[in-house]
Each structure stands twice: as structure tokens, then as C-alpha cells.
Design a protein around this ligand. Structure first.
Ligand code: FEO
Length: 179
């Protein structure tokens, strides 16, 4: 028996497709970074592509858990190649902010419908989006430092190496303690 509304089922399916699209964005930008001799940034972006696919799968499983029907649909084409690393990171941040707004729609509808199961499920994504926006903002800060100091090319080289082993998770306010 289905335990989500038709409207929620539709919204969750659209979000599943949206997460798959997010993965395409990271895939395309990762390939662009690799082609432009930034292997560390490419590794970081490919790693995040995997995270987005996990998000997609998490939503797929949730729809099935609630007795809904999964609809796997066509993806939009990935965006055009960025013009440089700064442009690449800004586009990624915009995609994440837009994705957060879509997650908010799920949580808002769940609240309006008193669908507390989906409301609870949505909270995981709310937290994940806080982390992702924080993570990308942090990478942008590092890029700005690396690209504005004297000897910019050398610093970009270090920035690229640094990102190859960078975590895919950010520490957010929820994780902080004063111990
Ligand atoms: Fe799954 Fe980066 O949003």
C-alpha cells in the first residue's frame, strides 16, 4: 500500500532525477578539470559525483519503502564547460543552492501534509545540503587564496594537489563541540 501522497511521490521522483543530474554536473566538470590539467580537482569532483548518485539511490529506496512507484526519467544535459576553475566552483555552488531549494519543497510539502516519515527523511537531506554548501564555499575560499597570491600558478598547483585528498564532508555547526 502506498503511504505517500501522489504529489509527494511526484516530488520525490523529480528529486531523484535532480540528484542524478547533479551527478552529471560533477561528472562533466570533473572531465573538464582533468582535460585542463587539474587532476586533483577532477578527483574531488568525481568523488562528489559518487555522493550525488548515492543521494539519488537513497531517494529511490525511500519511494519504494513507502510503497510508491519509482520513475526513472531522462536527464537534462550537463551544463557547458566552465571558463576556469573559479567559474567551475561558482557554478557548482549555484547548483547546490538550487538543489537545497528543491529539498526545501519536499520538507515543506511533508509538513503541510503531516507526512512525518517524509519530513524526517527530508531532514537528512537538509543537513546534507548545509554540509555541501559549506564544503564548496570552503573550496572557493581556498581557491581565492591560491589564485590571488603572488606566484598564482604555483599556488594553483598546490590547490589542485590539496583537493585530490580533500574530504567530501564539511564540518558544520551541528558537529561542533567546545570540549
Ligand atoms: Fe545531493 Fe549536492 O546534492
Amino acid at each position: 500500500m502506498k503511504r505517500i501522497s501522489d504529489q509527494m511521490e511526484d516530488l520525490l521522483n523529480r528529486q531523484m532525477t535532480r540528484e542524478a543530474y547533479q551527478a552529471q554536473v560533477y561528472l562533466a566538470y570533473g572531465a573538464w578539470a582533468e582535460a585542463n590539467s587539474f587532476p586533483g580537482i577532477a578527483t574531488f569532483l568525481y568523488g562528489h559525483m559518487q555522493e550525488e548518485r548515492e543521494h539519488m539511490f537513497k531517494i529511490l529506496k525511500y519511494i519504494l519503502d513507502r510503497g510508491g512507484e519509482v520513475k526513472v526519467e531522462a536527464l537534462n544535459a550537463a551544463p557547458a564547460c566552465p571558463t576556469n576553475i573559479g567559474d567551475c566552483l561558482q557554478h557548482i555552488l549555484q547548483h547546490e543552492i538550487e538543489n537545497s531549494k528543491q529539498i526545501d519543497k519536499i520538507v515543506r510539502l511533508a509538513h503541510d501534509e503531516s507526512d512525518w516519515a517524509t519530513f524526517n527523511f527530508g531532514q537528512w537531506f537538509v543537513q546534507e545540503q548545509i554540509e555541501e554548501e559549506t564544503l564548496i564555499n570552503g573550496v572557493i575560499d581556498k581557491y581565492n587564496l591560491a589564485s590571488t597570491q603572488i606566484g598564482g600558478n604555483h599556488n594553483l598547483y598546490e590547490f589542485d594537489k590539496d583537493l585530490a585528498s580533500a574530504s567530501q564532508e564539511a564540518t558544520t555547526a551541528r558537529d561542533e563541540t567546545l570540549e
